[in-house]
Design a protein around this ligand. Structure first.
Ligand code: DX5
Ligand code: ZN
Length: 218
């Protein structure tokens, strides 16, 4: 499978959301990465269901939805109904992670688990076979435009080993501070999906930035 690029809509121009969604449709990007924040699990609020509904209305690619919210089980059905393809919850926000993963899958979505920078990948030893994708946070979640945490490379290698050891096909996604400076090294360490927000949307030519980033890792 080729390595995938998922532009993070958090860095789009919300006053021109349809324009930016259509730009991603036309680009070499593979997925839309959508960040939902509740102001409790993370110290920021992004946007909620009405905005997601309008994004999905225009998006023609996979919707990869990253929930930074407490007690995500409450909204799993809602996000399925809104058209999410992959629903990622935070390890730190789930008391009964295994149950949450089953719930996500029962609604026809792929199940993702995100780990904060301080959370060890080894905590997934007993659930990795039930996880379609692990999202390694390479910044503290809550804001776009932060600097990449270098320890992420080690975490990717450890997680890749765990996935291979268990013989499963879980994808590894990296989220936060991804640029052309770290993309290749991340993929070489075992990453499959790179989320990029500011690096794409704050560039002069987002289409070219996406094209170059994707070419760099494939
Ligand atoms: C951070 C979000 C990220 C963010 C990435 O909490 O989960 O998806 O949008 O943005 P950049 O690429 O700007 O770090
Ligand atoms: Zn995210």
């Amino acid at each position: 499978m080729p390595n995938l690029i998922a532009p993070s809509i958090l860095a789009a121009d919300f006053a021109n959301l349809q324009r930016d969604v259509e730009m991603v449709n036309r680009s070499d990007a593979d997925w839309f990465h959508i960040d939902i924040m509740d102001g409790v699990f993370v110290p920021n609020i992004s946007f909620g269901m009405p905005v997601l509904r309008d994004i999905v209305k225009h998006a023609t690619k996979t919707i990869d939805c990253h929930l930074m919210i407490i007690d995500p089980d409450r909204y799993v059905k809602t996000f399925a109904d809104l058209g999410c393809d992959i629903l990622t919850v935070h390890y730190e926000a789930c008391t009964h992670l295994h149950r949450t993963l089953q719930l996500i899958k029962s609604h026809g979505m792929k199940a993702g688990v995100a780990l904060n920078p301080h959370t060890s990948v080894h905590l997934l030893t007993d659930t990795i076979q039930d996880i379609d994708m692990v999202c390694l946070m390479s910044v503290n979640p809550g804001f776009g435009g932060q600097s990449f945490i270098e320890n992420t490379y080690d975490k990717v290698s450890q997680l890749k080993k765990l996935i291979e050891h268990k013989g499963c096909d879980t994808l590894i996604e990296i989220d936060g501070g991804v640029t052309n400076k770290n993309a290749k090294q991340l993929v070489d360490a075992g990453a499959d999906v790179l989320v990029a927000g500011s690096y794409v949307f704050k560039s002069d030519d987002a289409i070219t930035t996406i094209k170059d980033l994707r070419a760099m890792v494939n």
